[in-house]
Design a protein around this ligand. Sequence first.
Ligand SMILES: *Cc1c(COP(=O)(O)O)cnc(C)c1O
Length: 424
Amino acid sequence: MTHRFNTLALHGGIHTDDTGSRGVPVHRTSAYLFKNTEHAANLFALKELGNIYTRLQNPTQDVLEQRVAALDNGAAALALSSGTAAIFYTIINVCGHGDEVVSTANLYGGTFTMFQNMLPEMGIQVKFVHPDRGEDVESAITDKTRLIFTEAIGNPSLDVVDMRRLSAIAEKHNLPLAVDATFTTPYLFRPIDHGAHIVIHSLTKWMGGHGTALGGIVVDSGTFDWSDPKFRLYNEPDPSYHDLRYAHDLGDLTPIAFILRMRVGPLRNLGACISPDNAWMILQGIETLSLRMDAHCRNALAVAKFLRDHDQVSWVRYPGLETDPSHPLAKELFEKGFGGMVVFGTRAGREGGQRFIDNLKLVSHLANVGDAKTLAIHPASTTHSQLTDEELSDAGVTGDMIRLSIGFEDIDDILEDLDQALRC
Ligand SMILES: *Cc1c(COP(=O)(O)O)cnc(C)c1O
């Protein structure tokens, strides 16, 4: 029996044990007893799936994985220590030395740095494309391309990517499409329903929702066929794992070859596992995901409209504003709202942006998004402070830009704080 979204958010992945505990237990253990040597050998040979060691798998983590896979309409998932680890493991689970990734350019700052500076050191080149400037993703694909990467809502200008166009290109070139859907969560948008093969979330943000725990997750749609020889990592024997050829030797588990390989390859050998406590904290957050997202979306739309009409504000972007360039796509793709992020510029420019931040009283000035509380940052003086005005504009960050992550305090308290800070 398949359940609906809210039911899955509350019950997905739970299997009650002998104690009858209704809450998900936190399994604080490093390792698990084997029943006998045959059981141990079967677990190691992937003949049986089960618990070995918490770096590889843990029952609390397992509930989280099953729940998010269900919410995203995926086949299986792997939880990791952070969203950053989830992105890195996705790349190296498909690409090796000499391979290429095609990615939209408007990315979360850490992801951009990983793609721009870290991956080339490993022999993996990322080609950036600006669909927001009319560039076509397809033109960047070569015979070395192994993955297309994008964010559901791009950074920092909150542009929405045409997911149907991207998945058609992926299909045509037999490439997996990976989508970082942190800004939407499965409640607003399920990339797999639009043809994506891999979905990534930083669980640190709206999924956990309270700004208290780091985590990331990768969801496998179970729909990508890895048997094309160009996917070397799936077609050649893996010497680090019983010479397994993931696209051929997994039997019934073949559809989830991608996520199994990520567990027994990158996770097992590089070790960015999520702690059982953080998995548990994030599960508590997911129980109320739809309620919180509705509140984030409602308040963010109200803030966007307030800023649009404010005499100290020169521009505002929010995919939910009817005048926003992303609105037509956002309306088509996102059924229940447009997310919690709003960006805008003040008439007083770069200095005005800094002054605004310093004058905030209720809104927190910090480098995070997706907290229940409203957050603000001035990218030009913090995350992007090393860039010149010209470099900033190339990265899509203007000197006056303020990035807001709207929480669900009473809306009038948020608006009053923004208003007084804009008028100081
Ligand atoms: C925060 C974030 C990340 C990185 O996630 P961490 O959990 O902080 O490592 C990646 N992508 C997006 C869109 C994010 O907001």
